[in-house]
Design a protein around this ligand. Structure first.
Ligand SMILES: CC(C)(COP(=O)(O)OP(=O)(O)OC[C@H]1O[C@@H](n2cnc3c(N)ncnc32)[C@H](O)[C@@H]1OP(=O)(O)O)[C@@H](O)C(=O)NCCC(=O)NCCS
Length: 167
């Protein structure tokens, strides 16, 4: 399926709220990604996404319509050579290889744009699809922390996957 990454725009709001408002997506993300996902959440997110130059967050689009998001977030202080990768895709588009292709594009953008040498992601132990897309993109499992996360009333393992600039 043909998709493109581009910076978030104010006009993405309707698609953002329509697709982000899904408990199956929120279940795999931090509580900052709320469910229910309201228009106010969407407007705050768009404001945050548009405030960073160069962009940290990209819309995943099909025919220029937002169907998901992927972000690379440079860290601070002694973590300053690292950035965290996060992503989600609208449920109707799952299983088409979109995120498997979007991650390498975002990794290339991240290493080119920011002064970092490591990009990491932290899927839950139960999120097999996310682990698979990271492995396919060349991320290595660096650590598995047992039951460190608490989401929707359950403890979850925290997996740390990373890719280095030199890889
Ligand atoms: C995880 C997510 C991003 C995957 O996006 P996607 O575009 O559907 O992923 P792809 O189609 O590129 O690849 C998914 C891979 O996982 C595999 N997969 C899916 N469900 C699986 C499962 N339960 N067990 C094992 N593998 C699974 C698929 O077979 C596919 O691998 P393949 O291409 O080798 O067949 C998407 O499901 C999503 O947005 N989930 C909710 C939010 C989320 O989890 N974000 C990541 C937080 S770390």
């Amino acid at each position: 399926m043909d998709f493109k990454l581009r910076p978030i725009k104010e006009t993405d709001i309707d698609n953002l709220v329509k697709f982000a408002n899904n408990p199956k997506i929120a279940a795999n993300l931090t509580n900052k990604f709320a469910y229910p996902y309201t228009k106010e959440h969407g407007l705050n997110f768009i404001q945050f996404a548009m405030s960073n130059t160069p962009a940290h967050v990209m819309a995943i689009t099909i025919n220029d319509e937002l169907v998901g998001g992927i972000g690379i977030h440079p860290q601070e202080d002694i973590q300053c050579k690292n950035a965290e990768l996060g992503y989600w895709l609208a449920e109707p588009f799952w299983g088409n290889g979109i995120i498997s292709k979007a991650i390498p594009q975002m990794v290339e953008y991240g290493f080119k744009t920011f002064d970092i040498n490591r990009i990491f992601a932290r899927p839950f132990g139960s999120n097999y699809a996310s682990q698979k897309v990271l492995e396919k993109a060349g991320f290595k499992l660096e650590a598995r922390l047992s039951k460190t996360l608490f989401k929707n009333g359950e403890f979850q393992d925290e997996l740390i996957y990373a890719i280095r600039k030199a890889d």
